[in-house]
Design a protein around this ligand. Structure first.
Ligand code: SAM
Length: 272
């Protein structure tokens, strides 16, 4: 069976299948699936997580882009009334709309996702309004960066953006040997729970664009990153922003706390 998995796995779709069942079980446990609740699975592959989800009695909708896999999964789960397999590209899916179609407002999301989709999918999480909990596997280094406390050295754009809207925790490390074919890197499973943080910007897109700019030269002082030309207007702009926001503009992006980011962003927007 492992040989078969190897031969057919498509690298372009990030097809590394989880083959250690105890790990699959622990990942699903991290989601705490409950009878009757709606769960969306991203990239079910050969059903490693899907079968544990099915056993929980939750209503599972699993989106798989690969036609052959989707057909196989449909056959495998045809007698499980609580499993719906949809052949679709996850990037085309609006989870809130999918939930509404099924008469639900709230849902959970789970996925051992292809690494090349990690950033795109992670960035979408704060915008999934009905999501109550998300459990996603990513490359170990990406996971470590995301859970780094905001204001510490390893923190980056994704760290600040995600932690502005969600509580994030690393629940499990998964070694490369748990997959077939074996990937070149280890993985980790993250759990995201929405959390309304005082002062978090309502305009997430604009906030993200601002953070992207601020982190574009992470070793430089913020005043030089946010106001690039060396002119009197720049110096004045940086000074005004410092007074308005109360944030020291000689700091670097990685040194700011969450409240600093919220203040800096709202003052930056206010300045126009
Ligand atoms: N969840 C399975 C497991 O743990 O063994 C499979 C994991 S594998 C890393 C990723 C899966 O996502 C593959 O089955 C792949 O075909 C699927 N996939 C890749 N791109 C996708 C996309 N854009 N939309 C939906 N599924 C996708």
């Amino acid at each position: 069976m492992a040989d078969n998995m190897h031969r057919r796995a498509k690298k372009s779709l990030g097809q590394n299948y989880l083959v250690t069942d105890a790990v699959a079980e622990r990942i699903v446990e991290a989601l705490s699936p409950e009878q009757g609740e709606l769960i969306f699975e991203i990239g079910p592959g050969r059903g490693a997580l899907t079968s544990h989800l099915s056993a929980s009695g939750a209503d599972v909708v699993a989106f798989e882009i690969d036609k052959v896999l989707a057909e196989e999964l449909k056959r495998e789960f045809r007698d499980n009334g609580n499993i719906e397999i949809v052949r679709e590209d996850i990037l085309k899916i609006d989870f809130d709309r999918e939930a509404e179609k099924r008469g639900k407002k709230k849902y959970k999301i789970i996925g051992n996702i292809p690494y090349m989709l990690s950033s795109t999918i992670l960035l979408g999480i704060p915008g999934w309004d009905g999501s109550t909990r998300t459990v996603i596997m990513v490359q170990k280094e990406v996971a470590e960066r995301i859970v780094t406390p905001v204001g510490e050295r390893n923190c980056g754009l994704l760290t600040v953006f995600l932690q502005s809207y969600l509580n994030v925790e690393k629940v499990l490390k998964v070694v490369a040997g748990s997959f077939c074919p074996r990937p070149g890197v280890d993985s980790a499973v993250l759990r995201f729970i929405p959390f309304r943080k005082e002062g978090a910007p309502a305009d997430r897109m604009l906030y993200f664009a601002f953070l992207k700019k601020a982190f574009s030269m992470r070793r430089k002082k913020l005043r030089n990153v946010l106001f690039r030309e060396d002119t009197a207007a720049k110096r004045e702009g940086a000074e005004r922003l410092e007074i308005l926001s109360g944030v020291d503009m000689s700091k670097r992006a990685e040194n700011l706390k969450l409240d600093d980011w919220f203040n800096l962003f709202s003052s930056y927007v206010e300045m126009g």
